[in-house]
Design a protein around this ligand. Structure first.
Ligand SMILES: Cc1cc2nc3c(=O)[nH]c(=O)nc-3n(C[C@H](O)[C@H](O)[C@H](O)COP(=O)(O)OP(=O)(O)OC[C@H]3O[C@@H](n4cnc5c(N)ncnc54)[C@H](O)[C@@H]3O)c2cc1C
Length: 544
């Protein structure tokens, strides 16, 4: 006899509680969206996978609300590329920070995943179920009904508005919506080793670009080091995982009597991207949407970008502030950038693993020579070859001439002092809602009390950023103190930006920007992106 199935309700069902599903859970929790996150496994995966994160990933983790010290990091000062013919033929300077975060760190993925799960646990609107898998689902015109099965064999039904496949590279969700996962699976096997207590260590990331045995090597938290060795055709992966093989490979850094092997695995990389990142009510994030060779350290980073892009769009649609059509801008914005990162990783792969001595000379030689030209040298040393996280099409307006920030690109993050004296990173304020940020001008000073109230209803907060040492009243607004922020390092307010107002999305992407005198026109232009209170607010501002 068929037993009655328990029925759960959620706005969003996230299938997959890996790092990307967990980050999305945190962000939905921050926006108070009812979400259910499930995973077929009982605990986080312990395999040696992601090890490096860039400043963009750390910025998104900040937006999830994850405390900065919730997982250990090692800050890397440089990435060095070594060739047997040209010695150090290229170097990327990773010293310093961008937008409030170190340019490059290493970390321990299971520790980050546990920290994210703990953060999800703080979100009252997000439920989680482990040891529970997605079996099937039916899409209806206004909702989805999903069937789950627990490891004990219990079946549950979930009724949700949208379903997100965060279920990794082999994504069942992606297959179920029939989206092609186009690209390439690479032929090389790699041996990954995470080890502790090696007597010799480095403080950076090095790529040994020796065609005879290429591979990256880096320092990681907890006294760890990571080595990745490319296997030769014909080498037996099982044999290479044995201690005697590993001992030979690690001999330059110490003997196995001193080194503790923590994790080891054989891995094959892929360069693949789903044809679209959504279909109907189903969305793909993380490895379910795109997978990349690890050379640029961008697999998880790209997944975090997906989560940051999608979470607030769900929130605005579910709260009736934006039309459902804006969800289409998720794939439009994210897919080209994910593809560009895969291309970068493949390009780096060509440098890291030349197929033979001639290929090594022909690839490493020109890169070495390019360092003699300051422009080209800067391109690699300052990682300017990395595709900017800037969209061509999507949920934003065009950039007016002379604007100090680009629409569709991220607003920089700076330290600001609030009116109560507390110094914070600006995203902590700007990533809660849409933000109207005035540089050296108070956006509210041009708006009546009635119009300000309407902005509030639309989920648009307003901030007046003034120069260091200035005072909140200097823009002439009697009510400016509450929303005034002092620009601690004078990076927001400059000669070029003074007098401009930016409308910033909750993922800190600039949606629109114009001079204060054009503020009403700017808000009017955003009309099609907002509904009800928002569109009313914008209409009233424009036409009152
Ligand atoms: C060797 C290696 C090195 C790497 N280095 C880096 C790096 O330095 N930097 C970087 O950014 N990235 C790196 N990556 C990539 C990074 O590890 C992945 O991009 C990231 O882990 C993907 O996270 P995810 O949450 O999308 O998927 P996953 O972590 O794969 O999580 C998917 C989850 O979905 C669950 N699941 C699957 N099917 C179902 C189902 N039907 N029902 C319920 N649950 C399901 C799985 O159990 C799993 O927990 C590396 C990867 C490898 C292999």
């Amino acid at each position: 006899m068929q037993t009655e199935k328990k029925v759960l309700d959620a706005d969003i069902l996230i299938v997959g509680y890996g790092p990307v599903g967990a980050a999305l859970g945190c962000l939905l929790g921050k926006y108070d969206i009812q979400a259910l996150v499930i995973d077929v496994e009982a605990d986080v995966l312990e395999h040696p996978r992601a090890i490096a994160l860039d400043n963009e990933a750390l910025r998104i983790l900040q937006m999830t609300g994850l405390p900065e010290d919730s997982f250990e990091k090692v800050v890397l000062p440089k990435v060095r590329m070594w060739s047997q013919y040209f010695s150090d033929f290229s170097e990327i300077n990773t010293t310093g920070s961008i937008n409030g975060h170190p340019k490059l760190v290493t970390f321990f993925q299971p520790e980050l995943e546990r920290a994210l799960r703990k953060q999800v646990g703080q979100c009252s609107s997000v439920q989680t179920m482990v040891s529970t898998e997605l079996v099937s689902y039916d899409e209806h015109y206004d909702h989805i009904e999903a069937l789950l099965r627990t490891s004990e064999g219990e079946h549950l039904k979930v009724r949700c508005r949208y379903l997100v496949g965060a279920d990794g590279a082999k994504s069942m969700v992606r297959k179920s919506i029939g989206l092609a996962f186009t690209g390439k699976s690479h032929a090389e096997d790699w041996l990954i080793i995470d080890a502790l207590n090696a007597p010799k260590s480095i403080d950076h990331l090095e790529f040994i670009c020796d065609h005879r045995r290429p591979g990256p090597h880096m320092v990681a938290p907890g006294g760890r080091q990571r080595w990745e060795f490319m296997l030769h055709p014909g080498e037996d992966p099982k044999q290479m995982l044995r201690d005697e093989s590993i001992a030979k490979l690690l001999a330059p850094w110490g003997s196995l009597s001193e080194i503790t092997i923590e994790r080891k695995a054989i891995y094959r990389s892929h360069s693949r991207c789903a044809k679209e990142f959504s279909r109907g009510r189903v969305f793909l994030v993380g490895d379910a949407a795109h997978i990349t060779p690890p050379f640029a350290g961008q697999g998880l980073v790209a997944g975090l970008r997906d989560a940051a892009n999608l979470a607030w769009k769900f929130s605005w649609v579910l709260k009736g502030r934006s039309p459902e059509a804006v969800l289409k801008t998720y794939s439009q914005e994210r897919r080209p950038h994910a593809k560009a990162m895969i291309l970068l990783a493949r390009m780096m792969g060509k440098l890291v693993m030349p197929t033979n001595a001639v290929a090594a000379i022909l690839t490493h030689g020109p890169v070495r020579a390019s360092r003699l030209l300051p422009g080209l040298r800067r391109l690699t040393e300052e990682a300017q070859v990395k595709p900017a996280n800037q969209f061509k099409k999507g949920f934003f307006l065009s950039t007016p001439k002379g604007a100090p920030a680009i629409c569709g690109g991220q607003l920089s993050q700076q330290l600001v002092r609030k009116s109560d004296g507390e110094i914070v990173l600006s995203d902590d304020l700007f990533s809660q809602d849409f933000s109207l940020v005035g540089f050296g001008v108070d956006p509210l000073s041009n708006l009546s009390a009635e119009k300000r109230k309407m902005l509030e209803g639309a989920g648009i907060s307003s901030f007046y950023v003034y120069s260091r040492g200035g005072n909140a009243g200097s823009a002439g607004s009697e009510n400016s103190a509450d929303n005034a922020l002092e620009d601690i390092a004078d990076n927001f307010v400059s000669r070029d930006s003074r007098g401009w107002v930016a409308l910033v999305r909750p993922d800190c992407v600039v949606m629109g920007i114009d001079r204060i005198e054009n503020l009403e026109v700017l808000l009017h232009k955003t009309k099609k992106y907002f509904l009800t209170a928002s569109s009313a607010a914008v209409n009233n501002i424009a036409f009152a």
